[in-house]
Design a binder for this molecule. Structure first.
Ligand code: ATP
Length: 603
């Protein structure tokens, strides 16, 4: 058991990252940490002094005898002093509870901010990794209430530790053997708790993926997005069963180690209680033999249960800290993740020329964890003021190409160049401002109409008229004007008074974002797929006028959307198989011709 205990303690100290944790707490709450430390010292000092005055009081009484009237002023003095110390102790304890609450609130805010920064700054490849989601989930779970628990626990450990030292000095003044005896009987309890916390941590790590899966199933059952299909396909009971099975599995895992802990705690708490009464017997027999005084016995009966409680609290706090360590580790794991997109050390300014081209040169790309290239040797140009189109069947690699253009990923080989300069030479944020993309799975923001459009260029403070212009250009103005609150209408149905609109209308809002943006390049990835034929025709007929001297890239499965492009690239299984104008490609009677098959026209 001793070997197991020391190995647990070693694992505990290496796993706990206590120094890093304290640094994190300090970074998030410097001022409140200082105040908190002051109150810890004050509280412990007052606790000690109330006991100390009590001891002197008892010593005074027992030395001079209870009936000695001369003794009265001194007795009253110590009664007053120990009462004042006890009152101050309880008051400081209450205030210090508030201070710890404030401190942990600050730490939680700090951790929350860091987690959100990581989530924003990490590149898209992390979102392809289940492991990243596990880390993120654990870190997010941690962010809500764990900082609170951890700060409270650390403060508790500090208080208990100081109090224990002070109280130990009192106990040692009775008999030095009392303290080691006490420690010996409390250690098994600590061992059981650390052991339990350790098993819980291992279990939690192995359960995170299942937890995520059960959360996912619960979302399927409860979210508005899936409500229609769940009902029409009658998926409810099937999904519910999958959910319940996983929850049962998780519960059984937890109950198994909890049962083990209950058995072990039964034994160790019996040992601890026996320890307490062994000490009582030791002191009582000592007093019969005249070795210990009445003051000693009284002090022992007051101080010993306190010391016993403090040691129990300490063991509880330490195991709580250890138990929460899995979350602490997760946030550090998250903080340690490094984006694979590297910032250039001396970034160049974005070229200010009026005419600016974007070009892919011999680009190949393989997704992280994928086995083969999604794109191979792609060369393609987006010249200023021109509209180009990329077409191809499902899975050909069109959206992937957009991700590279937007620098959401870097190519595995080849380069993306802005006016002949590799885009890696620019600051990522500066470059990304040059491109505005409307993705196939565009965002539906449950904010006002105006904010939905303003998200296209959130850093500029432009006039309302620009928002209205963007809405007119995308055709969204037609339904916006029908809302009583026009551009101040909240979209979606998540919030009260929100207005839900059709998918095509949402898509028009997303396109309005692109028109509102000042970027030099516009990318529409299947961005008009939900527009009715009339709205789509109207948009593309005047698209050139609407984008001004910007360059545009359109991805679409509809011939009507791509045929007016200046140049079209046909993507087949990740490679460009054909390119040319619509007329040239139709005449070629190759992949492009067959893709649109019957409905091809050259008008
Ligand atoms: N995150 C990813 N990780 C691994 N492979 C991916 C990932 N995203 C896409 N792929 C693979 O890359 C290939 C190209 O996908 P992409 O989304 O670029 O196709 P697409 O041409 O846009 O298709 P669609 O017309 O259906 O939108 C597909 O075979 C897909 O399986």
């Amino acid at each position: 058991m001793i070997k197991s205990f020391t190995s647990k303690v070693h694992k505990f100290s290496t796993n706990l990252s206590i120094y890093r944790l304290l640094k994190l707490i300090w970074a998030g709450s410097k001022q409140w940490s200082v105040i908190s430390i002051f109150f810890i010292a004050l509280e412990s000092g007052l606790f000690f002094s109330s006991l100390y005055f009590l001891k002197i009081l008892i010593d005074t009484i027992s030395k001079h005898g209870i009936t000695d009237i001369k003794n009265e002023p001194e007795v009253i003095k110590y009664i007053i002093l120990s009462t004042i110390s006890a009152i101050l102790f309880t008051s400081v304890k209450s205030i210090s509870g508030y201070i710890t609450e404030k401190q942990s609130g600050k730490v939680a805010e700090h951790i929350d901010e860091k987690i959100h920064n990581c989530a924003i700054e990490l590149d898209l490849s992390f979102y392809e990794s289940p492991n990243y989601f596990d880390i993120l989930k654990r870190a997010r779970d941690m962010a809500t209430d764990r900082p609170n628990i951890i700060v409270f626990t650390i403060v508790d450990i500090a208080k208990n530790f100081i109090s224990l030292i002070l109280i130990a000095s009192l106990l040692v003044s009775i008999d030095w053997r009392l303290f080691p005896i006490l420690a010996l009987f409390v250690v098994p309890t600590l061992w059981v708790r650390i052991n339990f916390a350790d098993s819980q941590n291992v279990l939690r790590l192995s359960q995170t993926a299942f937890e995520r899966k059960s959360n996912y199933l619960s979302t399927l059952l409860t979210s508005d997005v899936h409500a229609k299909e769940v009902r029409s396909f009658g998926l409810g009971n099937h999904l519910k069963k999958l959910y319940v099975d996983i929850r049962l599995l998780l519960l059984n895992g937890r109950l198994k180690i909890s049962k083990q802990k209950t058995y072990q705690e039964l034994i160790t708490s019996t040992i601890a209680t026996m320890g307490f009464f062994a000490c009582v017997a030791y002191i009582a027999i000592g007093s019969i033999h005249g070795v210990t005084s009445v003051g000693d016995i009284t002090l022992f009966l007051v101080a010993f249960p306190q010391a016993f409680n403090i040691m129990q609290n300490l063991s509880n706090s330490i195991s709580t800290l250890y138990h929460n360590n899995v979350f602490v580790k997760s946030i550090f794991e998250l903080f340690d993740l490094k984006s694979s997109l590297k910032e250039y050390e001396n970034p160049l300014p974005i070229p200010s020329d009026n005419e600016i081209d974007l070009e892919l040169k011999n680009v190949s790309f393989i997704y992280p964890h994928a086995e083969k290239n999604t794109l191979t040797n792609i060369s393609l140009k987006m010249p200023a003021g021109k509209i180009i189109a990329v077409v191809g069947s499902n899975g050909a690699g069109k959206s992937t190409l957009i991700k590279l253009l937007c620098r959401l990923y870097d190519p595995t080989s080849g380069s993306v160049n802005l006016n002949h300069t590799d885009i890696k030479s620019f600051k990522i944020a500066d470059y990304q401002k040059q491109i505005c993309a409307v993705f196939q799975d565009f965002g539906k923001y449950n904010v006002t109409v105006a904010e939905n459009i303003r998200f296209g260029d959130i850093h500029s403070h432009r006039e309302q008229v620009d928002i209205v212009d963007a809405a007119k250009n995308s055709g969204a103005d037609i339904f916006i004007d029908k809302f009583p609150q026009k551009y101040e209408t909240t979209m979606g149905r998540i919030f009260e008074e929100g207005h839900e609109v059709s998918i095509g209308q949402w898509q028009k809002l997303a396109i309005a974002r692109a028109f509102y943006s000042n970027s030099r390049f516009v990318v529409l990835d299947e961005a008009t797929s939900a527009l009715d034929a009339h709205a789509e025709k109207e948009l593309f007929d005047s698209f050139r006028k609407r984008i001004g001297n910007r360059a545009a890239l359109i991805i679409s499965h509809r011939q009507s959307a791509v045929k007016h492009a200046d140049y079209i690239y046909m993507l087949s299984e990740g490679e460009i198989s054909e390119s040319g104008t619509h007329e040239e490609l139709v005449k070629l009677k190759g992949n492009y011709y067959h893709l649109f098959n019957e409905n091809l026209t050259t008008d």
